[in-house]
Design a protein around this ligand. Sequence first.
Ligand SMILES: [Zn+2]
Length: 303
Amino acid sequence: MLEYPELGTKMEKVTKCPIDNSPKLKKIRVDNMAALKCSDCGLIFLHPFPKEEYLKDIYTKDYYLSWGIRNECDTTSKEIKKKFFNKILGIIQQYKKKGRFLDIGCALGYMLEVAENYGYDAYGIDINKYAIETAKKDIGDKKVFLGDLRSVDFSDRYFDIICMFDLIEHIKNPVELMKDAGRILNDNGIIVILTPNTNSLSAKLMRRYWFQYKREHLFYFSSNNIQRLAENAGFKIVKIMPAKKTTNLFYVYNQSQIYPVPIISNILRYVYPILTNRIQGMPIELSFGEMLVILKKNGHGPD
Ligand SMILES: [Zn+2]
């Protein structure tokens, strides 16, 4: 399997911003992790990146427990996730009504199920072995792949829609990933990205304590500098919008205990256990400071 070249190892000193080449990098701390912030475009990235062993440990079966998925039979969490994906597919429909659809970082494959319901020819890829084994049962062997984008030999311009949900902030070299995606995207295709936005209200309010600052999130983009990333990889932004997630209190509670947030985690620790199961599982719409970005190839695609 080909590995992405790494930007921020301890040995190699990063002297330029990976998306605009600015030398003006400032050392900062985000939730007690060392990071660099570009004074020109505002990009924030962990430096050095956490060790590979640490990241490998994160992406196991347990990763999905923090999503509020108690087990494979937990239909409530699955329904809530699918509800969110339904909403997103509704938006995608405005740009691409049909075609071949790839979800990079497809996890348990819920997005693929929803995409198929909409009539898309859906494929998925993920580095999580447990997730891919589960997804294969629902979607089929030939359309779900284990590994990163470079480990599967997709033909040029094969896909019409490529989704990257909660993915790009985890990748060690996002510019390379975008270029790879550009190769397998049809000239009239679109890329849909969901990622935390450092210009969001929660990021501004919580500053270095923002709940999106976590060890597996290596890069933190904003609604401004994601444009630069897009241009570097040969894309143009069609639309950027704030994204609310459909979730439930079970998820919020679990996240708040795994990644403590001042005050909120404490309140939930007392309040959550006295709520009924029905209330804990009820779907709610919440902003996690994320943005939904729709991109097309420069000089091609929908307007
Ligand atoms: Zn920069």
